[in-house]
Structure formats: structure tokens, C-alpha cells
Design a protein around this ligand. Structure first.
Ligand code: SF4
Length: 695
């Protein structure tokens, strides 16, 4: 404040980091933000914030920002700064040439949670109407796509069932594969407050995270399972519920599909699905699993919160299904204090999925093969649409290496640093003929780009983000785009240059189109958000004015809740003599994802390198001391990190964050992925760790 001066005016906006979606009052002097004050009327945060949202926004004006479009014919050439017109014409010309030579499906687009709903909608529209195919995907592919699948098939829609505030009514809280203290700090505070009031806690996580024994909180049960055994664990918990007569029979009879329930009950009751039978797989004593299952089933209100430790596995979708099975069997839906809530990692993961950026779904989670739905978009957009799903991100890489996918428009997503098996991703990009990156910095992916379009930070955007509670909040422009053009304007110009007309003059018009074409959004408008602060989808004529806080009250979205058997299949990432440890990954409080934003703020002081957490026994066995450099090798690749010897690890499991490109965490992770969605198995990689003399 001393350096920047006293604020003269303020605007309400939304944090651009995690899926909590905290509201902030941006206090400003002219176009300069002086400070970000947590907004007391923000329903997701009620005046609270963490060190990312409150302090880590100066990256928006960092000297590394790209402000001029750039092009080059080959990636070995130096960048050449050009006008917007020249860059857009170059990109469109290349995409058109590729499609003429290699076919309509030889190009595609990737959008991300860095974008607003309106921007995501426009990118998928460009791909479907401008490119004429369904080759569009989003960064949710690598985080919560199993949530989309698992919650979709069991409950009928891919979204958290509760508000964050609902945790205040929970008696038992089950946190699985999530570390809210670091990754969702404002929600973690709410959860801890409830624990201090007497709610009991079950943590299912390989690591002894802060919630297990942190200040003022203590988990009743910490099920420290082996990475890769989630399905065994969730099935074992269900076994106890079923075989000990703890099913909420009345709820199941009224609300669930009876046939699938009976099949599932017979399946989980088998002896091979008992906690005792799974002890070897999970590494957790059966008695602890039984006690945790009894606690969850007894509630009376039990709520499940989960994160990427559930989804980023070869059986990620199966675990999400198993979580929904368990909650349905115990009657833990349809009221406050219960439910299943995926903790979305990024600010707009929910929104990017809602807006139709998956290759098989149009906005509102409607399959592209549905002729009636497709017809409504065709009428509005004036073009025929493909009825076949397009390529997912990993399929794009495979097709590029096979020579059939040649051009990519990538907005706000650093696929080289964030996707697994970096070498594979880089090779795929090198095989393409035109890569267009739209981003705020020259990121790792931009090193393989032919066109770099300057993106805008959240401070330069007008639009909306949707948080993990389905809450749609406004992002307000605090300063003009540094490049002169907003992200949506760049997408629009590219569409026009491709020959597909667009004529929006403000993101509000895009939201009007979304609302007109998407039944669950038909009641959403900027005017209403202005008045109410935020709304939650579904928001239409059959809901309250502010939308839907609590889902599945009288019936599940799909009608009757459906059970599916969850057959445990051990991951192919097994420990061997060559790779005797299992690596898992996660985030830390002060940094965020690939670090592009937080590394360029003062937050970098708190955590300025990724480290490898290793149990004292594993360290001693390898002669590793605190702070030593250690080499980590997997079947995919190798890297070097500094060792952090930690009792919070279990023997045989090591852990690192992935915030720094030079650490190369994803050089080691493999391309093993979820059977249903291709979400990468980031959370289990068999590795060897050894002491090395230097980095
Ligand atoms: Fe931003 Fe999440 Fe922190 Fe809230 S909890 S300030 S949304 S990073």
C-alpha cells in the first residue's frame, strides 16, 4: 500500500487459483490494483482467503508477460513479433492448409480452466463450427475427467452435490485423496472449524497430511493406503456396510435402481472384497477399515470430499463410482451435511467441463451423438456438426505421432509441463505442422509453437468462473488487456479468419448464447449475478432464482441412483527390484500447478523448489541425508531433486510437487491412464531413488 498508494475505487472479482472460487474486492488506483481484499459477501469464502488469492496476483504485470503476437515458420527459428492481424492470418492460413492437405480432422483445440466460461465456450465453438470436428479437450482431462464419468453414470450429472457451507452440518467427514490445507485452503478452514465443533474425521491418503494430526485437528482414522489401491479400499468399506447390515434400506428402496443395487450388494459382500482380503493390497489393517466404515455409515450426516488422489489413477473412474455407491447405500445424499464433493483443483475446472470442451459433449454435458441436441446447436450456429466424438488430448498426441494430426490451438494450458511423460508430449508437438499457443507467458509448450498469441490474466478479463460448488461468479476486468486484445477476442478473430463468422462485442453476449442453448444455464445472466453476487447451476425456470445449492433432493438427476460393481484391478505401475518405490505427487500451499503464476510472485520465497519427500528408512537404506540431491528414475524418464526426509511418508512411498519446470516431475510420470477417460495416473509411478552428487 505504501508503494502503490491508497485505493480510489474497487471492483468485485473472483480468485483465479483453486476451485474454492473466493470472491475478492480489488482495491484500485486507476488501472493499478493496490490490494486484494477477501469479499465478505462472497458465498464461497465469506471474507476469508489464502496466500495465493490475497497476495499472489502481481504475475499479471510481470515483466515476462507476452504482449505482442509472434510467429515463426519452424520451431528452431527465432520468434518474430508481428501484428495481431498477421499472427491470426498466419495461424488460420496454416490450419486451412493442413485441413486441405490432411482432412478436416487433422486439427483440434485444447482449452483450460485458466479461461472464463465464455472463453471456453468460444474455443469449443471455434473447433466444432470453425474446424468442423469435435477435436476439443480441456485440462480437466488430466484431473477430474473421472469425476465426470463416475458421477455421471451413478447420479446423472458431473458436479459436487453440496455447497461448501454444507460441511458445517456434517457429523462425519471423509476426505479421500485430497489435501485441502494446501490445495483448497479456505474450504479447509471451514472443515477444520467443523472438526473443532466435534465432527469426526476419516482421512484416506498414503501420506500423513496435515488434517491427520495438524494443529487443533485430529483424524479418528487415517487409512494410509498404498498408492494405487483406492478401489480395494472403497470396495472394502462398502463390504463392511453391506455385510454388517448398515445399508439405509429405505433410502435405497426409494431412490435407487433396485436391480443394480442387488447386483452390487452381492458383489461387495463376497469374501474377496472384505477388508481382510484387501489388506495386502491396501497395506491397511482390516480392523481400521472396519472401524472407519462403521463411523461413516453411522453419520448421522456423513460427507465425502475427494481430490486428485482419487481421480488420477488407472482406476480413477472406478473409485469415483465406488464413492457414489457407498454414499447411496448409506443414504448420504439429498440433505445438508452429506453428499459427495469433488474438490476441483483449478478455479474453472467445473466451468470448462460445463461449457462443452470435452470431445464427446456439447455444453451442458449432452452427448454429441444426440441428434436433437446437436440440431439445436446447428440451428443456432448455422453449420452441421459431427455426431462422432473427437480426439481426447492423449489421442491427439498419438495421432500426431502417427502423422494424422497436424495442427493444434492451445489456450491457457501448458501441456508440456503439466501432462505426463513430457518426452512423449514434446515429440507429439514436434511432429505437428502448426502449434498455436495462446498464453500469458512463454511457457514450456510455447517452445514447440509456431504462433504465440498473447493471452490475458484474470485481471484483464470480463466473464464468469464456476467453482466446485457449481457457483457461477463474475470475473471483472480491472485493467485493459496488456496485448490490446482479450482471449475471447483472439478466438473470435481466429474463427473469422478461418471463415466462420462471429460478432460478439462483449462476453455478456456469449453468456446469453450459453443460457439460450443450455437448459441448466437458462436462468443465468450477468444482471442476476450482479444482483445476487453469484448463482449455482442448475439455474432455470424450475429452480430458485439463485439456482440450486443442493442437488438430488427428491430424485437423482438420472432418476434412480445406479450402482456399479467396482472390481479392483491392480495398477500396472508395480514396484520391482529395479523400481522399488512408488512416487505420488501433489501441491503445496504457496504454489499453484505448473507455477507459471505463483513462481512470478513473492509466494516463491516460501517454496522455491520441488523436493522429494522420503521416509527416514528409505533414506537411510540409500545413504541419503536431509537436503542431498537424489536421482529419481522411472520407466518413463529421470530427474534430480533435493531430498526432504519426512516421517509423514510411509516406507516405500515418495512424494513430490510439480511446480517447477526444471524439476521435471512429469518427466518421470508415465502415460498409464484411467480406463474410462484417459486421465493420467500421476499418483502412482514406480521409481528408484538414489543419492547423486549434484543436480
Ligand atoms: Fe484463491 Fe483458492 Fe485461496 Fe480462495 S482458497 S483465495 S480461491 S487459492
Amino acid at each position: 500500500v505504501i508503494e502503490l498508494g491508497q485505493p480510489e475505487h474497487s471492483l468485485i472479482t473472483t480468485c483465479a487459483y483453486c476451485g474454492v472460487g473466493c470472491g475478492f474486492k480489488a482495491e484500485m488506483k486507476g488501472n493499478t490494483v493496490v490490494r486484494m481484499t477477501p469479499w465478505k459477501d462472497g458465498k464461497a469464502n465469506e471474507g476469508h482467503s489464502c496466500i495465493k488469492g490475497r497476495f499472489a496476483w502481481s504475475y499479471a504485470t510481470h515483466k515476462d508477460r507476452v504482449t505482442r503476437p509472434m510467429v515463426r515458420a519452424k520451431i528452431s527459428d527465432p520468434w518474430r513479433e508481428v501484428s495481431w492481424d498477421e499472427a491470426i492470418a498466419f495461424a488460420a492460413g496454416e490450419f486451412k492448409r493442413i485441413q486441405a492437405q490432411h482432412g478436416t480432422d487433422a486439427v483440434g483445440g485444447i482449452t483450460s480452466s485458466r479461461c472464463t466460461n465464455e472463453e471456453v465456450y468460444l474455443v469449443q465453438k471455434l473447433v466444432r463450427a470453425g474446424f468442423g470436428n469435435n477435436n476439443v479437450d480441456t485440462c480437466a482431462r488430466v484431473c477430474h475427467s473421472p469425476t465426470g464419468y463416475g458421477m455421471g453414470v451413478t447420479l446423472g450429472t458431473s458436479a459436487g452435490t453440496q455447497t461448501f457451507k454444507s460441511v458445517e452440518e456434517a457429523d462425519v467427514i471423509l476426505v479421500m485423496g485430497a489435501n485441502p490445507t494446501d490445495a483448497h485452503p479456505v474450504f479447509a478452514s471451514r472443515l477444520k472449524m467443523r472438526l473443532r465443533q466435534g465432527a469426526r474425521l476419516i482421512v484416506i491418503d498414503p501420506r500423513c497430511i496435515d488434517l491427520v494430526d495438524g494443529p487443533h485437528v485430529r483424524a479418528q482414522h487415517h487409512l494410509a493406503l498404498r498408492p494405487g489401491s483406492n478401489v480395494a479400499m472403497i470396495t472394502a468399506l462398502a463390504h463392511v456396510v453391506v455385510t454388517e447390515g448398515r445399508v439405509n434400506e429405505a433410502y435405497v428402496a426409494e431412490r435407487c435402481d433396485t436391480k443394480s443395487f442387488h447386483d452390487w450388494r452381492e458383489f461387495v459382500a463376497r469374501p474377496e472384497n472384505s477388508p481382510e482380503a484387501f489388506e495386502a493390497a491396501t497395506g491397511v489393517p482390516a480392523a481400521d477399515v472396519r472401524a472407519a466404515a462403521r463411523l461413516y455409515a453411522s453419520g448421522p450426516n456423513s460427507a465425502i470430499y475427494y481430490g486428485l488422489g482419487v481421480t488420477e489413477h488407472a482406476q480413477g473412474s472406478t473409485t469415483v463410482i465406488g464413492i457414489c455407491n457407498l454414499a447411496m447405500a448409506c443414504g448420504m445424499f439429498s440433505r445438508e451435511g452429506v453428499g459427495v464433493s469433488p474438490l476441483r483443483g483449478q478455479n474453472n475446472v467445473q466451468g470448462s467441463c460445463d461449457m462443452g470442451s470435452f470431445p464427446h459433449e456439447l455444453p451442458g454435458y449432452r452427448h454429441v451423438s444426440d441428434a436433437a441436441v446437436r440440431g439445436s446447436f446447428e440451428a443456432a450456429w448455422g453449420v452441421p456438426l459431427q455426431a462422432e466424438p473427437g480426439l481426447r488430448i492423449p489421442n491427439m498426441f498419438e495421432a500426431a505421432l502417427a502423422g494424422t494430426f497436424k495442427g493444434l490451438y492451445c489456450v491457457g494450458e501448458d501441456i508440456v509441463q503439466s501432462d505426463p511423460n513430457t518426452q512423449h508430449v514434446a515429440a507429439a508437438l514436434e511432429a505437428m505442422e502448426c502449434v498455436v499457443v495462446q498464453d500469458i507467458f512463454i511457457n514450456e509448450t510455447a517452445k514447440y509453437a509456431h504462433v504465440l498469441l498473447p493471452g490475458s490474466s484474470f485481471m484483464e478479463k470480463d466473464g464468469t468462473f464456476t467453482n466446485a460448488e457449481r457457483r457461477i461468479s463474475r470475473v471483472r476486468q480491472l485493467m485493459p488487456p496488456l496485448s490490446g486484445l482479450g482471449d475471447w477476442e483472439a478466438t473470435q478473430r481466429l474463427a473469422i479468419a478461418l471463415g466462420y463468422p462471429m460478432s460478439y462485442t462483449h462476453p455478456e453476449q456469449i453468456m446469453r448464447e450459453i443460457a439460450a442453448l443450455t437448459p441448466s444455464f437458462s436462468g443465468v445472466s450477468y444482471d442476476k449475478i450482479e444482483r445476487l453476487g453469484s448463482v449455482q447451476w442448475p439455474c432455470n425456470e424450475s429452480t430458485l432464482e439463485a439456482g440450486t445449492a443442493l442437488m438430488h433432493i427428491d430424485r437423482f438427476v438420472r432418476g434412480k441412483g445406479r450402482f456399479f460393481n467396482t472390481q479392483y484391478v491392480p495398477t500396472s505401475e508395480k514396484v520391482t527390484r529395479k523400481f522399488p518405490l512408488l512416487l505420488t505427487t501433489g501441491r503445496i500451499l504457496s504454489q499453484y500447478n505448473v507455477g507459471a503464476q505463483t513462481r512470478r510472485t513473492a509466494n516463491n520465497q516460501w517454496h522455491h523448489e520441488d523436493k522429494l519427500d522420503i521416509h527416514p528408512h528409505d533414506a537411510e537404506e540409500r545413504g541419503i541425508q536431509q537436503g542431498d540431491w537424489v536421482g529419481i528414475a522411472s520407466r518413463a524418464g529421470q530427474t534430480v531433486l533435493r531430498a526432504e526426509i519426512s516421517e509423514r511418508m510411509q516406507p516405500g512411498v515418495v512424494y513430490t510437487t510439480f511446480h517447477f519446470p526444471e524439476s521435471g516431475a512429469n518427466v518421470i510420470t508415465t502415460d498409464s491412464s484411467d480406463w474410462a477417460t484417459n486421465c493420467p495416473e500421476y499418483k502412482v509411478t514406480a521409481v528408484q531413488v538414489s543419492k547423486v552428487s549434484e543436480k
